[in-house]
Write a protein that binds this ligand. Structure first.
Ligand SMILES: Cc1cc2nc3c(=O)[nH]c(=O)nc-3n(C[C@H](O)[C@H](O)[C@H](O)COP(=O)(O)OP(=O)(O)OC[C@H]3O[C@@H](n4cnc5c(N)ncnc54)[C@H](O)[C@@H]3O)c2cc1C
Length: 314
């Protein structure tokens, strides 16, 4: 009985959600956990992975860049056939969700995406209706696949297991897609999907210049900047910052919504945040229904006071 988890790297860093997969695997089915890593510089991550306690690490050595889900899945198919794992766990990112469903379809395994928790009796928790309800799911097939939403499993170090390291030489993988070049958009500040603190601005910031105050508060807190679609549509900021049903799904420790009404499509992307603070001048704004702290006021008056207080206390 072996559970495979697939680790993800970006810009030569192990993504935080990768380590959360180890914790999810232990909670679901704490047996033989095998981590899979496709990276030329896998050596840099071995110590980090060891801290969380996996039994085996398979490093895929290949001449083909594994940036598309088609290439990556081809590699994972060959590992599945060789090792016959009992189940697979991936992060709930676009590429990995695609791999997860391809593996589930090929080997006829039950599959649940976007898991945010696991009950003590092994049921998988998945949000429904834009986060308004939580569904409990049980996989009944003889083998399983699921994907895990970022920041939903607490990282617990448990370095006691002996970790065996295996290298698989997969050579050239033939797929219909050839990657010619990878162009990365240069982003400033903290990555939204990994941020512990997010300050998000909505249409209430009124102008592109008004959005600056959101960035200043995020900088002060060491957090990332996010936005509602209202703010993106009005061109106050880039669409890469959009949070919600058609944007990014985030689960930070603290989410500060500034001038955001709280439409259901926005809430779908952030309702899993551990603490929510909303600043809105309308006392009836729906965002207050899901907020832990509601500040009724003009964001251009409230945020400078917060920044000043934070400066005085730092
Ligand atoms: C299919 C579909 C998908 C969608 N996907 C998304 C999505 O992924 N993400 C998303 O966000 N939206 C999404 N939307 C759009 C969504 O329905 C809302 O239109 C959008 O979220 C509204 O953005 P907003 O809250 O910034 O703007 P508004 O609804 O206009 O709210 C602005 C708020 O700012 C407050 N305000 C104004 N001035 C101030 C001030 N000076 N100080 C404090 N408060 C102030 C107002 O009281 C108001 O509550 C989607 C819609 C559809 C139909």
């Amino acid at each position: 009985m072996k559970t495979f988890i697939v680790l993800e790297t970006r810009n030569n860093n192990l993504k935080a959600v990768s380590l959360e997969l180890i914790c999810a695997a232990k909670k679901y089915n704490d047996n033989n956990i095998c981590a899979i890593l496709v990276n030329e510089s896998a050596d840099n991550f071995i110590d980090d992975i060891k801290k969380y306690g996996v039994n085996e690490l398979i490093i895929i050595n290949t001449t083909e860049p594994m940036v598309t889900s088609t290439n990556l899945t081809e590699a994972l198919f060959s590992l599945h056939e060789k090792y016959q794992p009992n189940g697979w766990i991936f992060s709930n990112t676009v590429t990995f969700k695609d791999c997860a469903t391809r593996i589930a379809a090929k080997y006829k395994l039950g599959c649940v995406t976007d898991v945010v928790g696991i009950t003590d009796d092994g049921l998988l928790l998945k949000p429904l209706y834009s986060g308004k309800a939580i569904e409990k799911k049980q996989i009944l097939t003889n083998g399983f696949v699921f994907t895990v939403r970022q920041s939903c499993f607490e990282l617990v170090q448990q370095p006691s297991r002996e970790m065996q390291i295996v290298t698989e030489e997969l050579g050239l993988i033939i797929t219909k897609i050839k990657v010619k070049e990878i162009a990365t958009k240069i982003k400033e500040g903290v990555d939204l999907s990994e941020a512990k603190i997010i300050v998000a601005g909505g249409r209430g910031v009124k102008t592109k210049e008004g959005f600056e105050v959101i960035k200043q508060l995020a900088d002060k807190l060491g957090g990332a900047v996010g936005a509602s679609r209202g703010a993106c549509d009005a061109d106050y900021c880039d669409y890469s910052l959009q949070i919600g049903q058609t944007g990014k799904i985030v689960s930070p420790d603290l989410y500060i919504a500034c001038g955001i009404s709280g439409a259901i499509q926005h809430i779908a992307g952030m309702s899993n945040s551990k603490h929510i603070i909303a600043i809105n001048k309308d006392p009836d704004a729906p965002i207050f229904n899901i907020s832990d702290l509601c500040i009724v006021g003009d964001l251009f008056e409230v945020i400078p006071i917060l920044i000043e207080e934070l400066s005085n206390n730092s």
